[in-house]
Ligand binder design. Structure first.
Ligand SMILES: [Ca+2]
Length: 242
């Protein structure tokens, strides 16, 4: 609006000057012979043009100031939006998990007997992590007691062991009376750290005792649930000490 007003005033001023030049030409000394009232009107017109130009200049400065102050507010609005994108990064580092104990792996050393012809009754089935497979002593020509020796990796302090009987429909070989031993060299086991009698169920049995450090364990089956000559075990495990 201000620019239109200034342009209109300039056009009027130029047109007026051209018309005055045509009506009142300069005399030989450089003065125009025009009435005093006409000179006052020209002075008022010049004043109006100056006022219009001044107003246009102020309006332009005010507009540029507003645009310059609006820019920082826009960037200020952007900054908080960008901050949340960078803040989640410090939350990413996780503390190393040192609280949970390292698992103890059990490996077969030997068993006094295993049936591998009539069925898959190899002794390694007692520590393969599969409840459906089991160690079973030979069907014939093998009398109790039976025993199995396992290696702990790494050697550990334990406070118990677990025994999972075979999980199929049969209970042949399910241990009744047992003894449990520990050793550091795999040769001398000394006296049992635990002994007792299991119930004839399919449930996993857990036996605890005073915590002891060892590398090897031995489970000895003195008798079978139905006084048969066999021993079987789906899984054997240890209970780590606290
Ligand atoms: Ca198994």
């Amino acid at each position: 609006m201000a620019a239109k007003a200034v342009c209109t005033a300039l056009v009027i001023s130029i047109a007026t000057c051209v018309e005055l030049g045509r009506r009142f030409p300069l005399d030989p000394v450089g003065h125009r012979a025009m009435p005093a009232s006409m000179k006052r009107q020209i002075l008022l017109l010049q004043t109006a043009i100056i006022v219009a130009l001044t107003g246009f200049g102020c309006a332009s400065m005010h507009q540029s100031t507003e645009s310059s102050t609006a820019a920082p507010s826009a960037t200020a609005e952007n900054k908080p939006a960008a901050a949340p994108e960078t803040k989640p990064a410090p939350a990413a580092p996780a503390q190393p998990d040192t609280a949970s104990p390292s698992p103890i792996h059990l490996k077969l050393v030997k068993a006094d007997s295993e049936e591998t012809a009539g069925e898959d009754g190899k002794a390694a089935n007692a520590v393969d992590g599969d409840p459906a497979t089991f160690w079973h002593t030979q069907w014939e020509d093998s009398q109790p007691p039976h025993e199995i020796i396992l290696d702990l990796t790494p050697p550990a302090a334990i406070k118990g062991f677990t025994y999972l009987p075979r999980q199929d429909e049969s209970d042949h070989g399910t241990i009744k009376d047992y003894q449990f031993f520990v050793s550091n060299d795999g040769g001398s086991f000394g006296d049992p750290v635990a002994k007792g009698t299991f119930e004839n169920t399919k449930d996993k049995k857990t036996v605890t005792f005073k915590a002891v450090s060892c590398r090897y364990i031995k489970l000895k089956a003195l008798s079978e649930a139905n006084d048969g000559p066999w021993t079987s075990a789906a899984e054997i495990g240890v209970v780590p000490a606290e």
